[in-house]
Structures are given as C-alpha cells and as structure tokens.
Design a protein around this ligand. Structure first.
Ligand code: ACO
Length: 332
C-alpha cells in the first residue's frame, strides 16, 4: 500500500522553499570538447543545454545547507524553529553520518529527527512522503525536506551516454503541522503521496561501486532506452493514481512539477494528462538532471518567479534508479 492519504486532523503545509545552484556552468559545447557528442544530440534527446557543476571541495551538504538557509529566510524562521531534517540524496558527503545531521547542526536546528533518504531521483518525493507521515502522526512539527546532489561525483566523464545528462544542486521546503481544515482538496498541505519501487529493475540504473562492494562510490551505469520506456509508463500510472485518489481531474491542477530528467518524458506525462506545457515547470534545459534536487529546485524557481502562488494545486512526480517512482499532490 504505497498510497498515503490518511486523515489525522493535521496537514503538512509547505511554508517556504529555497534552493542553491553552484556557480560553474558547463554547457553542451563545453562537453563537446570532452567526449564525442554534440549540443544538437544532447538537446534533441534530452532538452538539456547546460548544467551546474559543484566547485572543488563543495559538497552535497554545503549545497543542502545553502538551500535550507534560503527556505528559512523565506519563512522568517530560525534554525531552532525546525525539529526535523530529512535530506534526499544519493551522493552524501560521507557514507555516514547522514547529510541531514550536518544540516541540522549548521543551521542550529533543535534536537529532533535528522536522516537521509536514498531513492535516487525519486528521493525528494519519498522524503516528502516520509516527512508528511511524521507530521500527520505528531512526531515532528516543522521539517526541512531537502533534495541535494553532487551528481558530478558519480559521473564517468568519459561515458558520453551518461555524463551529458546530470548536474549538481539543492532544493528545500519547510513543512509545518497545521490543523486540517474541512475544505478537503481546497485546503493547503500535502493531500496524498504515492510511492513505489520495483527492485527487479535495479540493474537498469546503478553505480558500479559502494562501501560494501568496491569501497568507492562508483559511477552511473544506465540502460537509457529501457529506463526511458519505464519512466513514461510509471509516470502516467502514478499521476492517474494521484488524481483518482483525490477525486479530481488534471483540469483541477494549476502546475505539474516533474522530476527534470528528460524533456521528452516530461512532455509525454503532460500529454497523458492533457495538460498544456504552460502548466508544467521546466528547468531541465538549464539544470540537467539533478536527481533528488530537481523537483525542489524547480519548485523554488517557480515560487520565486511568482508562477506558483499560494493556494495553487501542484502535482509533483518523479522516477529514478531502483527503479523507484512516485507522486505527491500538494496545495501550496
Ligand atoms: N552524444 C552523441 N551520441 C550519443 C550520446 C551522446 N552523448 N550518447 C549516446 N549516443 C548514441 C548511442 O551510442 C546510440 O548510437 P547507436 O545508435 O550507433 O548505437 C545513439 O546515440 C542512440 O542512443 P540511445 O541510448 O538509444 O538514445 P535515446 O534516444 O534513448 O536517448 C537518453 C538517450 C537521453 C539517455 C534517454 O534514453 C533517456 O533520457 N533515458 C532516461 C534517463 C532517465 O530518465 N533517467 C531517470 C532518472 S536518472 C537517476 O535515477 C539517477
């Protein structure tokens, strides 16, 4: 049972968003000098023109902290107002402890839960689902949910089939427990989350290393065409499930905020929903695939550019290694 829309009288409301992108821009033209590829091939197949790459020594934790500070500033909160930190990442600073405890300490959060969630590109949706359950069950009051990745640390820069796709960055939201109103879907907060994995497909996308195998993080290995096929199918299924669970149709949505892996997957999902691309937040052209960071990065950009406004109904969705996939329906 991966669908959670338990009613407890408490709603997890997004108070604010924040994000961080490293300074360094690497364009497709730059990659033409490293591997046998072209700007045209990359853009046509993926919709990507450029991505950000973390500076030497800049870690996932550093980016997560920067995004967290932006979210705190937007909410007008101090670190001590936060009693939970959940970081979705697949590229942690260290094997342990979690990136979340570094964030917790650096922002001065109260002692409470702090841990990482690893579901690759679906990580942020998973983390949102986990945080929502903690809040609805009264185990935390305000949780910073962050997606942060240094994908450049697990890229084989000689493999043209993967190195052109990924980028680095971080995005964050602050969730707060608020009384659940009687207005149903019109009320603010997370209305439902839908989380899935099919471990039989774990060899379609993985890193060829890890602490208990090679002792090194390894690099991304992907069967792109296969992943693409399942991505389109799973996204279509999970968005339908999220709409049905809330008795709404795609016409009720204000924005689709998808994981930014490939513009063709995003367009296929929008088409399936019969949703105009004007209602889809797209950042893949400038960010590439930042894995767990891509959804909160896209969300923050759309909030700051005033596309997404308070009260808008958002459908967040993503898929990634595992294979994992999921969606969340949220009234911002
Ligand atoms: N430049 C030029 N040519 C290339 C490149 C490149 N960078 N990479 C591959 N090619 C070549 C291939 O070798 C192949 O050549 P061939 O026909 O002579 O064998 C040809 O281009 C076509 O390759 P395909 O892999 O079939 O290309 P496709 O249209 O499938 O696009 C892509 C590849 C962009 C990777 C696509 O399959 C995709 O987006 N897949 C899904 C990725 C994704 O969504 N991942 C999910 C999340 S990631 C995560 O969880 C970490």
């Amino acid at each position: 049972m991966a669908n959670s829309n338990l009613r407890t009288g408490v709603a997890s409301v997004i108070l604010s968003t924040g994000s961080y992108l490293p300074q360094k821009i690497v364009t497709n033209k730059d990659l033409e000098k490293k591997v046998d590829t072209t700007d045209e091939w990359i853009f046509q197949r993926s919709g990507i023109r450029e991505r950000r790459i973390a500076a030497e020594g800049e870690t996932t934790g550093d980016m997560a902290i920067a995004a967290a500070r932006k979210a705190l500033e937007s909410a007008g909160l101090k670190g001590s107002d936060i009693d939970g930190v959940i970081v979705a990442t697949t590229t942690p600073d260290r094997t342990f402890p979690a990136v979340a405890v570094k964030v917790q300490a650096e922002i001065g959060a109260s002692v409470g839960i702090a841990f990482d969630v690893q579901a690759v590109c679906t990580g942020f949706v998973y983390a949102l689902g986990v945080a929502d359950n903690f809040i609805r069950l009264g185990q935390a009051r305000r949780i910073l949910v962050i997606g942060a990745e240094k994908m450049s640390s697990v890229i084989n820069w000689e493999d043209r089939t993967t190195c052109v796709l990924f980028g680095d960055g971080a995005g964050a939201v602050i969730l707060e427990a608020q009384p659940e109103g009687k207005e149903g879907i019109k009320g603010r907060g997370i209305h439902s989350t839908h989380l899935y994995a099919n471990g039989a497909q774990r060899d379609l996308l993985y890193t060829d290393g890890g602490p208990s195998t090679t002792g090194k993080a390894g690099c991304i290995v992907m069967q792109g065409r296969e992943v693409f096929k399942y991505a389109v199918q799973y996204m279509a299924d999970v968005v339908d499930e999220a709409l049905a669970a809330n008795n709404i149709t795609a016409a009720d949505l204000d924005w689709l905020v998808p994981h930014q892996a490939n513009i063709r997957i995003i367009e296929a999902t929008a088409k399936k929903l019969d949703l105009s691309m004007d209602k889809v937040v797209v950042t893949v052209e400038r960010h590439g695939n930042t894995s767990a960071a891509s959804i909160p990065l896209a969300l923050d950009e759309a909030v700051r550019s005033k596309k997404i406004k308070k009260g808008d109904l958002l459908l967040l969705e993503g898929m990634g290694g595992g294979l994992t996939w999921g969606a969340a329906l949220v009234r911002y």
